[in-house]
Design a protein. Structure first.
Length: 146
């Protein structure tokens, strides 16, 4: 199991937010093969980003791409009256990407490297996102992934 416990947030944050983001990082340690995560606001900006050897630019790129994915998912749901998009899972050759709602107007993006434990990774990601829901909202912005 990878550990991000000593990895620092690469996005500048206020001292109050930094404590909440570090707590989020610590609670995500049960996600199997965790390699990093980004907390994303609906406007596409990264609120925080932690990853093994990730730079601020890496986190901003992930945030922009995942904002586009969330928008695409909304667009796919609307014509079929599918309702709110709850989660997205993208399986890549060497990793998984999980997007799930995390507070009003924010989305939690988690990367894992272990293909055999995606079910547990998804369950832990959703569990932590729900537990932090009230701490990680970004005000009156509409959440894309619910």
């Amino acid at each position: 199991m990878s550990s991000l416990r000593h990895v620092k947030n690469v996005i500048p944050a206020s001292p109050e937010d930094a404590a909440v983001f570090d707590n989020l990082r610590d609670n995500l340690q049960l996600v199997p093969d965790l390699t990093g995560f980004v907390l994303l606001a609906d406007d596409g900006l990264a609120l925080c980003g932690y990853g093994l050897d990730w730079t601020r630019e890496d986190v901003q790129t992930i945030a922009a791409a995942c904002s586009g994915l969330a928008s695409l998912a909304d667009g796919l749901s609307m014509p079929v009256d599918g309702g709110s998009v709850l989660h997205l899972n993208i399986t890549m050759e060497h990793s998984h990407l999980i997007l799930t709602a995390c507070g009003n107007g924010s989305t939690l993006v988690v990367y894992t490297s272990g293909p055999e434990s995606i079910g547990l990774a998804m369950r832990e990601t959703v569990r932590v996102a729900r537990a932090f829901k009230h701490q990680l909202g970004v005000g009156s912005r509409r959440a894309r992934i619910r």
